[in-house]
Structure formats: C-alpha cells, structure tokens
Design a protein around this ligand. Structure first.
Ligand code: T5A
Length: 225
C-alpha cells in the first residue's frame, strides 16, 4: 500500500512542527531496521536531505542512561510496569530535547523504534493494559506523531535465525522466548491495521537491496521527493 500523503497532512496540524518530518521504523528484534535505516539515510543524503538518525530507547544522554538500565542482563528482576515506565521516561526526554526542537527547525528525523514499540512489546508481548499504555505514550510524546512508520514485518523464526548469525551479544529483551516475539509481531500487525494511513507494512523477509528499493519508493512517493 502506498503512503497517503493527503491524509497525513490532516494530522500534521497536531503539533507546531510543520517543516520537519518524522519517519519511524518498527519491527521485532532482528527485523532489519538498523540495516534499512542506514540505506535510507544515505539515499536521502544523496538527494540533499539531511536527516538525523536516532534510536529508542536512546538519543540523549539521559535516554541512553535509561537504555542501559533497561537492557542490562543483570536486571532480570525488573517488573513489567517498571519496564513500561522506563521506556516512556526515555521517550519523554528524547521528544522534548531532540524531536520537537529539531522538527520545528525543519529537520528530518529517522528513528529506530518509537511508541508503537511500547504497544507491541509491553502491550501485546507482555500483556499490559493497552489503554494505560496509550495514555502513557500520549504523555511521553506530547502528541508528536510520526509522519510515516515503516513496519518491517518478519516471522519470529527468521528474525531469530538472523540474530543468531551476528556477532553482538544478546541483551535482556533479545533473550525473550520465541512465543513472546510472535505476540509482538501479532501486536504490530494489529496496530498497523488500526492506522493504515501512517503505518506501512513491508515484507522484511526479502533480500536487503530489494527491501531498500521498496522503502525508497515509499518515501519518495509519500513525501513527494
Ligand atoms: N523495546 C523498545 C521495548 O520493549 N519497548 C519499547 O518501547 C522500545 C522502544 C531495543 C529493545 O527494546 C525493546 C525492543 C528491543 O528488544 P535494540 O538493541 O535497539 O533493543 O534492538 P532492536 O531494535 O531490535 O535492534 P536489532 O539490532 O536487534 O535489530 P534490527 O535493527 O531490526 O536488525 P538489523 O538491521 O541489526 O539486522 C539483524 C541481522 O539481520 C541481518 C543484518 O545483517 C543483521 O545481522 N539482515 C538481513 N539478513 C538477510 N536479509 C535481510 N534483508 C537482512 N536485513 C538485515
């Protein structure tokens, strides 16, 4: 499905940041977000559009410190509610310190994960109350919504296979079991069905270059580049 430019203009009025653009990438662990963000950032740069690339949790000194707490393998005793609120805390800082001022200056931002991750992981994955998460997300984000979200959709088995082939060590959430990641994927698909104008599902099982070209087409078409 191609991104609906006309529809998105209506939601732009939600915040005073008309000039910048916020693109987010979502998907289960190992779905290829980091890889595709690098391709997109390069191709936008070649087109003369400078982009800021960020990741969640992270992107500010405070948010990176919260990330360390969240992903530390030692923290096996973390309660689900603590986890939810820490993700929200990291996000609240990122939105106010980086997103809103940068978007107001007209910068483009690509962010690896945003509030849809919390709905998918803490909501559908952990089973925390979805309405409560929506309210917490609203507070954390100050209604700053992405202009477009690319959901890299991949079966949990394939993502796990890719992760097992790379050299970096697993973090606390990487270590969740396959059923957890299946529920997260189901959650993402449900979220995407609720907001088809914003969230574009991409087949992340295809080859890296082919997916990069599809994403390129979506962005160029969606933003009239
Ligand atoms: N989290 C996060 C929550 O629970 N709630 C929240 O609110 C938020 C914001 C973050 C963790 O926190 C959780 C989700 C996560 O578990 P992270 O380290 O940032 O942790 O983890 P991820 O975002 O999942 O990042 P990953 O690096 O693990 O996965 P990516 O970026 O999706 O995948 P990528 O690009 O690194 O690719 C994975 C491997 O596959 C290969 C790559 O070379 C790499 O080896 N690959 C491909 N192989 C074949 N074909 C392709 N098309 C490929 N594309 C990539």
């Amino acid at each position: 499905m191609m991104y609906n430019k006309a529809r998105n203009k209506q939601t732009d009025g939600q915040h005073d940041r008309q000039r910048g653009r916020l693109i987010t990438f979502e998907g289960i662990d190992g779905s290829g977000k980091t890889t595709q963000i690098a391709h997109l950032s390069d191709s936008l740069g070649t087109a003369g559009i400078h982009v800021i690339t960020l990741r969640e949790p992270g992107g500010t000194a405070i948010s990176e410190a919260v990330r360390d707490i969240l992903l530390d393998l030692k923290h096996t005793g973390m309660f689900q509610e603590t986890e939810l609120l820490l993700f929200a805390a990291a996000r609240a800082q990122l939105v106010r310190e980086v997103f809103l001022p940068s978007l107001a200056k007209g910068h483009w931002i690509i962010c690896d994960r945003y509030y849809d991750s919390t709905m998918a992981y803490q909501g559908y994955g952990r089973g925390l109350d979805l309405q409560a998460i929506r309210a917490i997300n609203a507070l954390a984000t100050d209604q700053c919504r992405p202009d477009m979200t690319l959901l890299l959709d991949l079966p949990a088995e394939l993502a796990a296979e890719r992760m097992s082939q790379r050299s970096t060590a697993a973090d606390r959430i990487d270590q969740e079991n396959r059923d957890f990641m299946r529920r997260v994927r189901t959650g993402y698909l449900a979220i995407a069905a609720e907001e088809p104008e914003r969230i574009i599902r991409m087949d992340a099982g295809q080859a890296e270059e082919a997916l990069a070209q599809q994403i390129h087409r979506q962005i160029w078409e969606g933003f009239g580049i």
